[in-house]
Design a protein around this ligand. Structure first.
Ligand code: T5A
Length: 211
């Protein structure tokens, strides 16, 4: 990790409707002024433009390689313009999704194991020592998460949300593999619990990371 970095970089990830946004925002409120909520894809001005491309209906026929490149392009801009300055300023960043999602969606769920070698090479170069301090997986059965996400209404669903259940089961497997096997700083929180308990369990992991 880069020696100039003074803040903490916390990633919350999970399948559709796991509660990432709800929990991330609640955690930021509880941590106070020094904590910032950020999200992926997006998080910086330019990366938010790439987000529009990635989540638009036009993107639904794009292949995993195209998406892989765009998610990493957005991530690099977000890292450079938001994450690094905030960490160097001593802030705590709570990020809604990060590269764990690229691993789960573009590589595992879309069935592209050949992208994995490239994933670790790009990660090494693009993150440039600014790896997250912890990845927290908000773990939930996809059927339950999709029901929650669906309760917001059809207009709120993107083309990833609308994929078949098997895709979301693969996403879940990919996220679990990433957090439990591919990195050494992954933690799992049971996201099927009531929202206040999920927030409390997530805060407990974050507090431990900040010690
Ligand atoms: N993607 C992203 C990739 O393919 N590759 C990548 O590299 C990256 C970074 C982004 C999409 O991009 C894909 C993955 C995604 O499909 P998005 O619009 O940012 O899409 O949406 P998501 O990240 O999927 O987030 P969602 O909005 O679907 O779900 P959240 O944030 O997990 O859930 P949240 O907090 O909005 O909650 C959903 C509903 O559940 C309720 C909430 O009140 C809300 O109504 N809820 C609970 N209900 C009961 N109990 C609880 N514990 C609850 N917690 C929340």
């Amino acid at each position: 990790m880069n020696k100039n970095k003074r803040g903490k970089f916390i990633v919350l990830d999970g399948g559709e409707g796991a509660g990432k946004t709800t929990v991330a925002k609640a955690v930021v409120d509880k941590l106070g002024w020094n904590a910032i909520y950020t999200r992926e894809p997006g998080g910086s001005q330019y990366a938010e433009k790439i987000r529009e491309l990635l989540l638009s209906d036009d993107a639904k026929h794009s292949d995993a390689e195209t998406q892989f490149a765009l998610f990493w392009a957005a991530r690099r801009d977000f890292l450079k313009h938001v994450v690094i300055p905030a960490l160097n300023d001593g802030k705590t960043l709570i990020t809604d999704r990060f590269d764990s999602s690229t691993y789960a969606y573009q590589i595992v769920a879309q069935g592209n194991p050949k992208l994995e070698k490239l994933f670790w090479q790009v990660r090494d170069t693009f993150l440039d020592g600014y790896e997250p301090d912890v990845y927290i997986l908000l773990d939930i059965e996809p059927t339950e998460g999709l029901t929650r996400a669906g309760s917001r209404g059809e207009a709120e669903l993107n083309h990833f949300d609308k994929r078949k259940l098997n895709f979301h089961l693969q996403v879940n497997q990919g996220l679990r593999d990433f957090v439990l096997k591919k990195v050494s700083n992954g933690e799992v929180v049971d996201a099927s619990q009531g929202v206040e308990k999920v927030i409390a369990d997530t805060l407990e992991v974050i507090t431990k990371t900040m010690e």
